[in-house]
Design a protein around this ligand. Structure first.
Ligand code: 5GP
Length: 184
């Protein structure tokens, strides 16, 4: 079924951006790529809440990799400068990181400041390797140099919702991705 042309979340309108079919095709490719990289390893999926939960569920099945699953949650980035603080609301489980080939699953790398703050905390726990997979990447907005290993889609620096990503708690259930409309 085609997504409705336009949706409204609170007072903002969003347009269809990436269809469910396009997303699923790319997630299948990412899963195959992860399988090729890590089938011989000791994978452990670490999933960033909340936005990555739907992407991670599809990616895990597409990868056909076994391995543990755990969840982490950070606070929103506080401050606008690099070096600002990201609090661990749900920290990583050490036993699921130490000596593991961690697949860190993120919804979107925007400024990169969240990952810049989080990656050292993950590395402190002694993973064997870290593969950072993000569904979306906005390189034009990036302010910290983040080693992203696998990117689903490189997108312009516009706000998107759907497929797990929200606007103020709304829109996570949408099977496609929508982009904020700038003119009304
Ligand atoms: P960063 O620290 O890279 O600037 O931001 C990362 C986090 O900001 C993402 O995990 C996500 O929660 C949120 N974020 C950044 N851009 C968007 C966007 O376009 N839409 C939504 N829904 N969240 C975003």
């Amino acid at each position: 079924m085609l997504p409705p042309d336009r949706i409204k979340l609170h007072e903002y309108y969003f347009r269809p951006f990436l269809s469910q079919a396009v997303i699923q095709e790319r997630v299948t490719e990412l899963g195959n790529e992860l399988n090729a990289r890590l089938a011989a390893g000791n994978p452990s999926f670490v999933i960033m809440l909340k936005g990555a939960f739907i992407f991670a569920a599809d990616l895990l099945r597409a990868s056909r990799l076994g391995g543990e699953v755990s969840f982490v949650r950070t606070s929103s980035y506080v401050g606008t400068e690099t070096g600002g603080e990201v609090k661990l609301l749900l920290p990583p489980e050490e036993s699921l990181v130490r000596d593991k080939d961690v697949v860190l699953v993120e919804d979107i790398v925007d400024s990169g400041l969240t990952m810049q703050a989080f990656l050292p905390k993950l590395r402190e726990l002694g993973p064997r390797s870290v593969t950072l997979v993000t569904l979306l990447h906005k390189p034009e907005a990036q302010r910290a140099d983040i080693p992203v290993d696998l990117v689903g889609f490189t997108i312009p620096p516009k706000f998107v919702v759907g497929y797990g990503l929200d606007y103020d708690g709304l829109g996570r259930h949408l099977p496609a991705l929508y982009q904020l409309e700038e003119t009304y």
